[in-house]
Design a protein around this ligand. Structure first.
Ligand SMILES: Cc1ncc(C[n+]2csc(CCOP(=O)(O)OP(=O)(O)O)c2C)c(N)n1
Ligand SMILES: [Mg+2]
Length: 429
């Protein structure tokens, strides 16, 4: 009798023998199962179909199922059934995270805070310039600006290291900037030039920076979620310590493929942080109108994925709350879901009449929740920077952005033959 069958025989005995176990399984599953079948498991082992139900019986009897290595079906890890404090996990402990800012402000030093501020200003000035170039008719196709959401990517970047991987949807210019792509290459891409990040063939929605593990830039709503999950799988498979940050919107969260990906990430305990950038609207439909259940951070619960809501307009809250979660994932991979509550100030894309919300709503958020203003006020109150220095910094960044945009205006469109290159990977012969 092999080890696994021996173990199953022991379990059946512990649970009161075949007759008793049959009754319990009938109650648990509502399925017809007869005693003879359960007795046959003593010789043949418990089939995969019934293993989870049998585990449940052991848990109900307070028997430590971790003693039985061969009980769970393939793919389902015993640790998945327990939370950190060793209690049995039925629903994950999703919650809304608040930050004790006064404490955090002491952890973060002046240089980090200045770096964070500069990152957000750079994104905003970059996006404003894109808006101008678009209005001048220099950029074609779809174009989605990130203005208002700067705190999300900037807070996450504070946690990330160079080996971490990033992937997002079409609202991707900011991610390119923070991942270190020179601005001139991003502008060039937007203008369709061969010198652009995707050789002028991807445009606003399809940009990549392979050197810093930025995997795009995807136009199909939600498509980046399974791709990000695949990247996380590859990293785990190759024993890399990197975390994959996978960003998507409140609209994308209702896509079926998101849940197929969640299932695999939880089953295989992949090192991935899913970040829903909940900017309150899809193209023009509010979360309330589009989602039957709008506590989006709970959307992974049925897979055992812990979810947390954070204030996406506060990069320090993101950094402070996720720092430990992120380091734990590096040591012991598991998927986590973050809902960052944020807001976009501009239209969904450049052609958005904006009839679905009031000007007052936008104005109110800008005045009271703006991530850049928040950090500026903090820098000033801590006397890390003076009003004059704030102006100088802004001027310097405006100039850098203007210069990059100007350089990108020199036309170098791809040749016609280039349109057919890079469509499929060239196989090495
Ligand atoms: C599969 C698919 N369906 C529809 C669209 C059209 N579309 C583009 S963006 C968008 C809204 C997505 O909203 P959300 O996920 O909240 O992201 P946000 O634009 O707010 O960043 C839709 C429906 C698409 N690109 N792909
Ligand atoms: Mg949205």
């Amino acid at each position: 009798m092999n080890g696994s069958i021996q173990e199953h025989k022991e379990i059946i005995n512990l649970l009161g023998g075949g007759k008793k176990l049959t009754e319990r399984l009938k109650l648990l599953s509502n399925e017809t199962i007869n005693e003879k079948t359960v007795y046959s498991w003593v010789r043949q082992g418990i089939p995969d179909k019934w293993k989870v139900a049998v585990s449940r019986c052991l848990l109900e009897d307070s028997i430590d199922i971790r003693n039985y290595k061969n009980l769970l079906p393939p793919g389902l890890h015993i640790d998945n059934l327990f939370s950190a404090n060793n209690s049995v996990k039925i629903f994950s402990s999703s919650k809304v995270l608040k930050t004790d800012e006064s404490n955090l402000q002491n952890i973060i030093d002046k240089d980090q805070l200045l770096k964070l501020y500069e990152m957000m200003i750079k994104i905003r000035r970059f996006e404003e310039k894109v808006g101008q170039l678009y209005s001048m008719g220099l950029i074609g196709g779809f174009c989605h600006l990130y203005i208002g959401q700067e705190g999300v990517i900037s807070g996450i970047e504070m946690l990330a290291d160079n080996n971490d991987c990033f992937i997002t949807g079409y609202r991707c210019h900011a991610h390119m900037v923070t991942r270190g792509e020179p601005m001139v290459n991003i502008f060039s891409e937007l203008l369709g030039n061969f010198s652009g990040s995707s050789k002028g063939k991807g445009g606003s929605m399809h940009m990549f920076r392979k050197e810093n593990n930025f995997f795009g830039g995807h136009g199909i709503v939600g498509a980046q979620v399974p791709i990000g999950t695949g990247i996380a799988f590859a990293n785990k498979y190759k024993n890399k310590k990197s975390v994959t940050f996978t960003f998507f919107g409140d609209g994308a969260v209702n896509q079926g493929q998101v849940y197929e990906a969640f299932n695999m990430a939880a089953l295989w305990q992949l090192p991935i942080i899913y970040i829903i950038e909940n900017n309150q609207y899809g193209m023009g439909t509010s979360v309330e109108r589009a989602s039957a259940m709008n506590e989006l951070f709970r959307r992974g619960e049925s897979f055992g994925i812990k979810g947390y809501e954070v204030d996406g307009m506060d990069p320090l809250s993101i950094y402070g709350n996720l720092q430990n979660i992120c380091s734990k994932i590096r040591e012991k991979p598991e998927p986590i879901l973050i809902e960052a509550k944020t807001y976009r100030y501009r239209g969904h894309s450049m052609s958005d009449p904006g009839k679905y919300r009031t000007r007052e709503e936008v104005q109110e958020t800008r005045e009271n929740r703006d991530p850049i203003e928040r950090i500026r006020a903090l820098l000033l109150s801590k006397k890390y920077i003076t009003e004059d220095k704030v102006k100088d910094l802004d001027k310097r960044i405006r100039e850098e952005v203007a210069e990059a945009a100007e350089l990108a205006r020199e036309k170098n469109l791809p040749d016609n033959e280039d349109l057919y290159r890079d469509v499929y990977k060239e196989l090495d012969s």
